[in-house]
Design a protein around this ligand. Sequence first.
Ligand SMILES: *Cc1c(COP(=O)(O)O)cnc(C)c1O
Length: 455
Amino acid sequence: MSSAIIARFDRIGDCMRGACAVQDGALRSVMQFSADEDFAKHLDVQDPFRSFREQFHLPLGKNGKPLIYFAGNSLGLMPKSAKQIVEQELHDWAMLGVNAHLDAKTPWYSYHETVRDSSARLVGAKPNEVICMNSLTVNLHLMMATFYHPTKSRFKILMEDPAFPSDTYAIKTQIVHHGLNPKDSLLLASPRQGEFIVQTDAILDLIERHRDELAVVLIGGVNFFTGQLFDIPTITAAAQKHGITVGVDLAHTIGNVRLSLHDWNVDFAVWCSYKYLNAGPGAVAGAFVHERHASNTELPRLAGWFGNDPNTRFRMHLEPEFIPVPSADGWQVSNPPILAMAPLRASLAIFDEAGGMEPLREKSIRLTSYLQFLLESERDKRSKQRYTVITPREMNERGCQLSIQAHEYPQELFNKLEAFGVICDFREPNVIRVAPTPLYNTFHEVWRFAKILTQ
Ligand SMILES: *Cc1c(COP(=O)(O)O)cnc(C)c1O
């Protein structure tokens, strides 16, 4: 490995700190990698987050060594601190019974408030715009109950294609719920023939063509299949110009890329917490309602007692009128599931300790760019292409995931990866999704993965 390469690479750190201002093309021209194993190890030594890996349980292979875990886009790894936090709640339940609502170490009554600020930072929101509750799909339905009110002329919903199945089910049933037909009411922004990426222009064009009929644009921040990161501010502005409401599904976006939902003026967003947020299976999800809506207690909603003003919440039989909290809390339906919310506290504390998404995204860009470099440099050596990365090449058009389309024997290739100790996932018919994450993956793991894939 030449020292010149290292020296150039070190300077990228400075360059990337101002990443917003730096054009992507300029960045890539500075980023220089080497395929040497020593270079990967050097990147790990330089990695400011290398100690964070210690904070997670790493699944082990038969040889007792950690597997290469690239499935954080499906289920993030368990923070070691999660166990103690959950045990504390079990302990408080055992010792205090119902009194734990107010007397637990972390009182259950206001438990959702303990995850509010950190969650707001991750999505670029004000604390009063965020509520952690339920699961993603449930939150999507709750948001649609508030924001989708089709009229004779304005009734269409625009989504990207392919959208995650649960979102499609939710949206189609929302349409049917209003007595409409998805055939006329659901618009899909699809990739061009033979392509995988949905061009922003195609989305903007659809918005323009249906500007008087669209009620809602619902876009995945990062597409689950291709890993494409959509240009949320541009799409939001284009839709809102015509009075169209914009919602974003952040399942693959939160904890993955930087977000500024408040400044982008997004109307609503929903996310789950078990993917890049590492909050555990079925962890409590979240929702964002922009301040200008969140403070509007007149907005229709599907309400429950925990969305009610806490001062009158327990006077239900005396004051049966629903008085929503004038913040995103006003959409909370039930009392928080404490045992499912406890690991979220452990997880968010790690993101806070890391300094939030800005520095993490910086590492993430290096990690995924390095993977891309290794895959491409190997592929270039072969006359026949065995696979294609279908994720956008531009780093600000993707998160940490690369989706690799295998042209020959995809299932066999996936099985081989598994046999060599890689955990990633396979989407029919032939796409392998790999998501190296900045909190617990290393550059050397990326190097080993590329070696296994290209062998
Ligand atoms: C993972 C994921 C979901 C999951 O929904 P749940 O309600 O949490 O089970 C929904 N939408 C998208 C885009 C996802 O990636």
